[in-house]
Design a protein around this ligand. Sequence first.
Ligand code: EPZ
Length: 416
Amino acid sequence: MQKLVIQGGIPLRGEVRISGAKNAALPMMCASLLTSDVLQLSNMPDLHDIATMRKLLEQMGVKASVQGDEMALHAAHVDKLEAPYDMVKTMRAAVLVLGPLVARFGEARVSMPGGCAIGSRPVDIHIKGLQAMGAQIFIEHGYIHAQAKRLKGARILFDIVSVTSTENLMMAAALAEGVTVLENAAREPEVVDLAHCLIAMGAKIEGAGSHTIVITGVDRLHGAAHRIMPDRIESGTFLVAAAATGGSIVLRDTRANILDSVLEKLTEAGAGIRSDSESIHLDMTGRPRSVNVRTAPYPAFPTDMQAQFMALNVIADSSAMVVETIFENRFMHVQELRRLGARIDVEGNTALVHGVDHLEGATVMATDLRASACLVIAGLVAQGETVIDRIYHLDRGYEHIEIKLSQLGANIFRIK
Ligand code: EPZ
């Protein structure tokens, strides 16, 4: 089990390059199943989840070749229409092969996702949407079996805003017969980036980024080349780390208009922020001001930034409320923060964070991807040494995080 060792108390200073967005890359890799031509993706992040998705697609027969940050995916000879449990249990995003497999091959067997650290996270919305498009679906032995001669366009109303459901059904609708309307669709930038990739492949999609997406099915899609958008959560994570340590950093290859709600909260906390078309600058002097946060679907404050912002509130000047409205169990970092000296009261999906003037280093344990990032930020702030265990969670979503943080002056290293 690898660990990270951090000597805290050093303000982050310097420049760091932001990688491609994990949550845009994952659905796009599945989009390769929709065509027998080559899909060329660039700005691909080097992450554990990307490697898992590549293995999943390759075991189906997809050819994947990587050259630097470019990945070429070729689904000309797919001979296995299945996503097995051992792969789905480690990465819930594997469910994103369901829509493309049924749309192109008329059949799919995808394992139900196991329970997840941050909540039950069912896939009922994915299933209901495909049934609305005419797929026969039954569940047996923990697997979703889906079949359809050819999917038919339908009007689908999401009763919960769901990112990967929107993505799965948008991909399925691209090859369906007729028009599909997705109402109350997710508006996340990663959904828009996927739509751009599908349109480059010949799909007819309007309204991505709004509550209503209209997809007119076509008979086939062709290959394309697409550059993956910057990772807004990695961007937000580094900005919060710089604000928490009273530093001054520049993020390259990213942009401000994909994380406005996070930048607004950082400004409220006292950070100075400037940005242009491909970089964001943050300067922070003095102690952060406490800032209330309530997560909600895009463009509101992202749930994937909740834990990181809690780390900022933990050392802020008064008290703040953090409300998690998306997942029912996304406060696993609270217990670990308390070990570092944080004062947090939790009641249901609300945490009241009382700022303390310093944290003491300790040994803590990562529980899920963004909770791990929160603990890294707390470790960068704490006095003395913090050791973070189970950092495989971090490697799922952050490309070489300790190398990037070292570039910014942090005293952080990985021990095997
Ligand atoms: C995506 O997960 C992201 N993952 C998550 O990022 C992110 O936290 C989440 O969206 C919310 O923004 C990827 O894009 C790969 P949802 P997703 O469907 O699509 C409920 C990270 O850290 N729901 O938008 O799985 C669900 O339980 C990860 O990178 C159903 O009830 O999330 C949740 O309460 C963590 N039934 C709510 O909807 C369903 O069929 C929103 O979930 C699907 C979802």
